[in-house]
Design a protein around this ligand. Structure first.
Ligand code: HEC
Length: 107
């Protein structure tokens, strides 16, 4: 009886961690790093490498998401947007949403 319970528990944990692995990039912080965003905006999104590059952390989640979508679609094409466009082209809507959530909560 005990053994079955332990087995069921560890099976559950295995399934859970497999799910996490499959979704490793669903994590906003990991995505921000993996997509190279920190290369311009700084590791936490708030230490941009150029004075004209924006700070991202702490802005509203919806605002951040809108800007990413607008830069990707070309609706936002001011200032330095072109620099950012090539990078955001490789980021899906779902990934942008995760990154926006992460950045909004970051300081
Ligand atoms: C090559 C440098 C570079 C990289 C890499 C880069 N960005 Fe940007 N990003 C910029 C620049 C420059 C702007 C400002 C564009 C403008 O002037 O309109 C910007 C703007 C933004 C904005 C809008 C900020 C605001 O306050 O309106 C967001 C959000 C953003 N980037 C997120 C990201 C994310 C997420 C990634 C990674 C997927 C990323 N950036 C990668 C250079 C970069």
């Amino acid at each position: 009886m005990m053994k079955t319970k332990v087995l069921a528990l560890s099976l559950g944990a295995a399934v859970f961690s497999f799910g996490m692995m499959g979704n490793a990039f669903a994590d906003g912080a990991a995505l921000f790093q993996a997509k190279g965003c920190g290369g311009c905006h700084g590791a936490g999104g708030n230490t941009p490498v150029m004075p004209v590059y924006p700070k991202l952390a702490g802005q509203s989640e919806q605002y951040l998401l809108n800007q990413m979508k607008d830069i990707k679609s070309g609706a936002r094409a001011n200032g330095q947007s072109a620099v950012m466009k090539g990078v955001i082209a490789g980021v899906s809507d779902a990934e942008m949403a995760e990154i926006a959530k992460y950045l909004a909560a970051a300081k």
